[in-house]
Design a protein around this ligand. Structure first.
Ligand code: GLN
Length: 493
């Protein structure tokens, strides 16, 4: 089997179960592909660790264990803490840090028998839309490239995850999504990813960015594969994450093939305005037409506060970030300035050296909007509008079962094109932020190509706890089309 890397999670699991392939053989093959670190997707690999995990998966298979993910490789966004690999969160602040425990999501996937290939690059503390904010000094060159065109960004902040899956370096990856960081890189790299309902997946062991928004989810080539992964990742973790939902784990694969005849797809007019590039619009329109062929009906809806989601998110997320990142003071863990005066000077120098520009920008914005005299004007206002955005969705779900639209206004942009313009990056989040602010599940699936042959994603948004529905709707599309099987040139060898 020369093309093992082309197989997805479900196909590999079937071979492993039939003992036509061993986990060690599979891991060895993929580790060989990682040599030279294509696209700079990985921040850390350790073949000894990976092969030891593969060996133990083989032992479990030999002992007769049957599990949908046993022996299948995965790689983790470097925002999840892992015992077996260092964790940096893409930051100089944590370079060299090794956690004494695994994040719950990582542990659950390991319990299911998945074999970890290593840690994937991401924007520093998950702040970014292009994976250009990687600030680990040993990662050189730092920015991750898009496998479809290496002069372009892979999206962010889970850009390493998306690039690695698209380049066939791993069949699956974990990602996190605070304001779009699973959906947007999935769209930019032509893969499938889902952010579940806030609270579905435990945040324990995920380096915190904005706690009321952060959510983990899987990134893979198909909805079918994402369903297998998500089933293992979700479930209550009440002792460790106070925002974990007390909702039992689910088999998200159970309704994948259900008919979608009669499905009402809400199409928000605000997602199709002037800012949407015509090439992206064409691919999204074609996908909606395909859904009509599959028996769905399109219902025009409105999400009137879509534009406000940008200022609201860019107040709330930095506010939470400024609080979360205050723990990095050079005392308990992380970087500490080598040369410093008194304690205050040590804090100042440590944080000045340890954080990159975008992180500092957010800490300053966050501290400002939370400060006395500005709290009511900014933070409190933003919280109120956040609630109204969530209410708008509930109104919309009175008329439709799922909502569909673009993931991002354009295809992946060129490396460096927006790196000096933070606001340009923020504006590109317009279609992913509303679902994040409302805590709703959102999925991105590839639906064609736009300008310069770059992939375009369709976003599906569901009501709370409707992950199985979203995966079903995506899977039906993927059964009828082959966009999700396309791969960038040069990746098939
Ligand atoms: N692009 C958004 C930001 O920079 C979202 C990031 C994310 O979802 N982690 O904050």
């Amino acid at each position: 089997m020369s093309d093992l890397h082309n197989l997805g999670v479900a196909a590999l699991a079937a071979l492993l179960q039939k003992k036509e392939l061993s986990a060690v053989e599979l891991a060895t093959r993929l580790l060989a592909r990682l040599g030279g670190n294509p696209h700079q997707a990985f921040l850390n690999v350790d073949s000894e660790v990976t092969l030891a995990q593969a060996k133990s998966a083989d032992a479990r298979i030999a002992a007769g264990e049957r599990s949908a993910l046993l022996g299948v490789p995965i790689a983790h966004k470097d925002i999840f803490v892992t015992k077996d690999f260092p964790t940096t969160a893409g930051s100089r602040m944590l370079e060299g840090y090794r956690s004494p425990f695994n994040a719950t999501v990582v542990q659950r996937l390991a319990d299911a028998g998945m074999v970890s290939l290593g840690k994937l690059s991401c924007d520093e503390f998950a702040m970014g839309s292009a994976n250009e904010n990687v600030a680990v000094p040993s990662a050189k060159p730092q920015a991750v490239t898009n496998p479809w065109d290496t002069s372009r960004v892979p999206g962010g902040s889970s850009g390493g995850s998306a690039a690695a899956v698209a380049a066939r370096l791993t069949p699956a990856a974990t990602g996190t999504d605070t304001g779009g960081s699973i959906r947007q890189p999935a769209a930019f790299c032509g893969i499938t990813g889902i952010k579940p309902t806030y609270g579905r997946a435990s945040r324990y062991g995920m380096v915190a960015f904005a706690s009321s928004l952060d959510q983990a989810g899987p990134m893979a080539r198909s909805a079918e594969d994402c369903a297998l992964l998500l089933s293992a990742m979700c479930g209550p973790d009440l002792d460790r994450d106070s925002t974990s939902l007390d909702v039992p784990a689910e088999d998200f694969s159970r309704s994948l093939s259900d008919s979608i005849a009669g499905l009402r797809i809400g199409v928000p007019q605000e997602f199709f305005g002037e800012g949407l590039a015509p090439d992206v619009r064409a691919a999204v329109d074609a996908a909606l037409a395909q859904y009509q062929k599959l028996g769905a009906t399109l219902v025009p809806i409105t999400l009137p506060r879509t534009e406000l989601s940008i200022p609201v998110y860019y107040i709330i997320a930095p506010a939470e970030a400024s609080s979360n990142l205050s723990r990095f003071d050079g005392v308990k863990f992380g970087h500490r300035a080598a040369q410093h005066g008194d304690l205050t000077d040590m804090y100042k120098k440590t944080r000045a050296e340890g954080f990159g520009d975008e992180v500092k920008r957010r800490i300053m914005i966050g501290a400002y909007v939370l400060s006395h005299g500005y709290y009511d004007a900014y933070y409190l206002q933003a919280q109120k509008i956040r609630r109204m955005i969530a209410d708008d969705f509930q109104q919309a779900f009175g008329q439709c079962d799922v909502i569909a639209g673009p993931v991002a206004p354009t295809v992946a942009w060129k490396l460096g094109e927006k790196s000096d313009d933070p606001v340009a990056n923020y504006l590109a989040d317009i279609f992913t932020l509303p679902a994040s602010l409302a805590g709703l599940p959102g999925l991105s699936l590839p639906v064609g190509f736009g300008a310069a042959g770059m992939p375009v994603g369709l976003q599906l948004i569901g009501n709370y706890l409707q992950e199985a529905r979203l995966l079903n709707v995506a899977h039906r599309y993927q059964q009828a089309t082959d966009w999700h099987t396309r791969q960038p040139e040069g990746q098939s060898a």
